[in-house]
Design a protein around this ligand. Sequence first.
Ligand code: 3PY
Ligand code: ZN
Length: 660
Amino acid sequence: PFLENVIEHPLFCNGQATTTLIDTTPELFRFAPRRDRATKLLNFLGNVIVNGHPQAKGYKPEKPIDWDAAQTTLRKNLASGSLKDGSRQRLLELGPRKFADWVLRQKPLLITDTTFRDAHQSLMATRVRSYDMLASAGTLARHAPQLFSLEMWGGATFDTAMRFLDEDPWERLRELRTRVPNICFQMLFRGANAVGYSNYPDSVVAGFVKHAAASGMDIFRIFDSLNYLPNLRVAMEAVQDTHAICEGTLCYAGDILDPSRDKFSLKYYVRLAKELERMGAHMIAIKDMAGLCRPYAAHQLVKTLKAEVGVPIHFHTHDTSGIAAASVLQASAAGVDVVDLAIASMSGSTSQPNLNSVVAALQHSPRDTGLDRVALDAYSDYWEAAREYYRPFDTAPKTGSAEVYLHEMPGGQYTNLKEQAAAMGVAQRWPEIARTYAEVNTLFGDIVKVTPSSKVVGDMALFLFSRGIKPADVVNLPAGETPFPESVIDMLSGGLGWPEGGWPVGVWRAVLGEAKFKAAQAKYRADTAAAKKPAKPRDKKATATLHAKELGQLRAEIAAKLHRAPEAVSDDELYSHLMYPQVFADFAKRTRDYGKVAALPTPAFFYGLQPQEEISVEIEEGKVLIIRLINVSESDAQGRRTVTYELNGMAREVLVADKS
Ligand code: 3PY
Ligand code: ZN
C-alpha cells in the first residue's frame, strides 16, 4: 500500500517527486485497507452496472443476448482433437534461414490469419479482448495447424490493450502462446517507432524485440511509415540475434500500373526489396495497408519481386475497395509465398479479405491450402457471435468502395479519423474531409501513409478543414506563422525520417519558418548522404554492451520512481512503461483498484450483468468465482447505490457512486 500511495501521489504523477517526498509527505503512510481480488472485481462490475463502461459509449444490448451460444458451439464442435506440429516447430528446428527456404519450396499458398490483430484493428478500433481470443485459440491450434502464422500482436494492440481494455499486452502474448504452441506468432513492428508513435532509442527498440521474441514472438514484420529504410536497421538486426524471422517490409503506395504516379513505380519497389534483402530480411512483406494494390498490379509486383529477390514474399492487403480477394488470387497466381487473410466473419471492408473463401477458391487447384474448411467455418461462426459484443466499436463501412483509391487511407485509420470528425461535430462532412486528406497528401509531395505518417496527414487534414484553409493555399501562408499541429512540425523536421526525395520546399518552409526549414534541409542532406555510405560491419558485442548499459540506466530510473530495487522491475513493466509511460501508469493504477478485469467475460466487462445473470470468472488457474447479480438499489442520500451479488453462493454487497 505504501508503494501505491507513492505512485498515485500528485507530486509523483507530475514527475515532481524528489528524494524528500517521503519525509515531507506524511499522507503517504495512510493506508487504505487491502481489498481482496473478488471485491475488486465486484467493484468494477458494480461501476459498469450502475454507470456503464466508459468505452461502451452508452450502448446497451436491447434484448438479452445469448452471449454463450458462440462459445458453446465452438467447444462442442471443435475444442477437442490432438495438437499437431506446425510452423513454429519447423522454425525452431530449422532456424530462420532454412525455414525461409522451406517456405520457398511450398506449393500450397501459405496463409497468415490476421483475426487477432489487423482485422479488429481495422474493423473495431482494436477493441477485441484477450478473453475472446483465448477462448478460441486452442481450436485454431488443433484444427488449422497448416496456417503459416497468426498475426496477433503489435500495431495498435499494445497501446489499446492497456489504454482501453485494462489488459497487459505481455500476458496476452504469453497466454495465447500457451494455447497455440504449434503455429508461428507474428507481430507488426513500426521500425524505430516500435509499437508506439514516435522514435525510441536504439537500445529500447532492440531490447523490446529481444523481450518479445523471448516471450513467444516468431515473426517480426518491420516497416517504416515513410519507407525510410535506415529506420528499420536496429529492429532488423535485433531480430537477427533471436530465433525469429525478420520480415523486412515495403509499404505499398500509389499504383505501379499508373505511369503518372512514377514516384511509386515498380522500379522503386524492386530497389526497396533488394535493399531489405541486403539488410538481412529472411522474408519480404508487401504491406498494402490501404488496399491500393489492384489485382493486376499485385500480379506484376509479385512476379517481378519473385524474379529479383531470393527470399519469400508475403502479401498483406485490405479489402476496403471490396476487390482485394482478386489481388490475393493474382498474387497467388504470380507465385507469392504467403498471404494475409481474416476469418470470414471478421473479414472484408477495411479488414483483410475472407480467409474461408480464398481457401475454398483454391481447393483442387495447384495452390490448394489444405486447410479444413468445416473447422474454419465453425471458427467463423464463433467470431460472428463474439463480434456482437463489440458493436459500439464496429463502425467500418458496410461495403467496399472505390473511394479508397482517391483518399488512400489505411484500413486502421479510416474508422479512427471518422470518429475524430464526429467528435468535432462534422461527421456529415466526411466526404470533404476525405478529399482534404487526399489534398494534404499531394501537398506533402505524395507520401507513404501508414502509422504514424498517416496520422500526421489526418491531423493536418482536420486542422486545415476546421480553419477553412485549402491545402493548396498552405504554401502561400506567411512562413512559420500558422500554429500547425505538433505532429506536422515534427514530421517536416525529420522526426520520422524522410520521404523519398525530401519534402516539397513550399510546404516545408511554410510550416517550419525560414530558420527551422534551413536546419531541417541540412539534416535531410546529411542523413541521406550518411544512408548512402556502405554500412560498417556491426560490432555485436560493443552494441550489446552499450544497450545493456542504457537499459540498465532506464530500469534504475523507473525503479527509483517506484521505490523498488531495479531487479524488482520486470521486463514487461520496463517496456510497457518505455512505450507508453502515462498509459502504463494509468493501467497499473486501475489494476490495483479493480484487479484482473481481463478475466471477466466480454459482455460483463462492457455491459455489466442483468439481475439474476450469473458468470464464472477464473481469476487464476483452478480458482473460479461464480458471480450472480441479485439487485441494484435506488440511490441513497449521498447518491450511492448498493449492488448486491451472490459470490460463490454467499451474499456480497458493494456501494457504487451513481454518476448520472
Ligand atoms: C499499424 O501500424 O498499427 C498498422 O496497422 C499500420 O498498417
Ligand atoms: Zn494492415
